[in-house]
Design a protein around this ligand. Structure first.
Ligand code: SF4
Length: 310
């Protein structure tokens, strides 16, 4: 006859293993469901996305070292005068492009008012966000987005002598003249938030017979040229960001925004979440931010009193 204590222990071990297997099966099932959802919404984003088996709600995101790992995108809003965190949110999106409006809403929900000014990095910059901030009365400061049209032109095999700036725009006729003196006429417009794209196209027969075709439109003929027209709000934003005053305000971003992040990582050692799932990770992030805020409160209100007493 075996020892009943040993038998009981082995029964418990077996049950614990069964539970662990069940939990893992559950996580894998959830991961497959999340993957299915992502596949369904894939058209919304051209980027391939993956889910993690250990935390199905996490998303594989690019890290600061250039690698990829299952992560959450934590959005922290910090007020500038005392560096107090006023809002925090956690999302599954790998980029910040769509986070500005939610950030403004969180600040309003927590403080009762929208920020007068908001300083964000280039990851938030798109015309739609500039429009959103302006519509809500928030003065936005951010670097003007640098696009790389030359990269796209190179990929299309277009020679520099046939880049769009070599096409002359005739405002009165609303047409372009190409380097071979042929006319490109307006074919369609694309109305985006904060910008209208006007697409002009050359005549098919002109490009087919053109001696410059292999340099001007080697892959897609006939040739298209796009004229982009920013809205008045976006133009005003760009003009503002050219001023020295705006540049000075933007320069403070690193000090205000990076400090809480660095403090939470260095002092609290929060480089990896201990919990799983958006909800629990959000709670962990809130606790970290509260801890940071208490430390700031001590620094701001108590230390001067201690110093005076001493
Ligand atoms: S390929 Fe077409 S658009 Fe380009 S230069 Fe020739 S005619 Fe003009």
């Amino acid at each position: 006859m075996g020892d009943p204590n040993v038998e009981e222990l082995s029964q418990r071990v077996i049950q614990a293993r069964r539970r662990a297997i069940e939990e893992k099966k559950q996580r894998l099932k959830q991961a497959l469901e999340e993957l299915d959802e992502l596949e369904k919404s894939r058209k919304e984003s051209e980027k391939p996305r993956r889910v993690s088996e250990s935390d199905p709600e996490a998303r594989v995101m690019m890290q600061s070292d250039g690698g990829f790992a299952p992560s959450y995108n934590v959005q922290i809003s910090t007020e500038a005068s005392n560096k107090i965190i006023v809002a925090v949110g956690v999302t599954q999106e790998g980029t910040d492009y769509n986070q500005l409006a939610d950030g403004i809403d969180r600040v309003k929900a927590n403080t009762g008012t929208r920020p007068d000014q908001m300083v964000v990095d280039g990851g938030f910059v798109k015309n739609e966000n500039i429009e959103t901030a302006a519509a809500q009365g928030v003065d936005l400061f951010a670097p003007v987005a640098e696009t790389d049209p030359e990269g796209s032109l190179r990929r299309r095999g277009i020679r520099p002598e046939f880049y769009p700036d070599k096409f002359r725009y005739d405002e009165a006729a609303n047409t372009f003249r190409c380097p071979a003196e042929k006319t490109l006429t307006l074919r369609r417009t694309h109305d985006r938030e904060g910008r209208i794209d006007y697409h002009y196209r050359a005549e098919r027969a002109d490009c087919a017979a053109c001696p410059f075709r292999s340099q001007c439109c080697p892959k897609t003929s006939p040739r298209w040229v796009v004229r982009k027209e920013d809205s008045e709000t976006v133009k005003a934003f760009r003009a503002k960001m050219e001023t020295e005053q705006a540049k000075q305000i933007y320069r403070r971003r690193a000090e205000v925004a990076e400090f809480p992040n660095a403090w939470i990582k260095e002092k609290l050692g929060l480089r990896q979440f201990r919990l799983r799932g958006v909800g629990k990770v959000g709670l962990e992030a809130i606790w970290a931010c509260l801890t940071y805020n208490i430390q700031q409160w001590i620094r701001i209100s108590w230390r001067p009193k201690f110093a005076a007493a001493a």
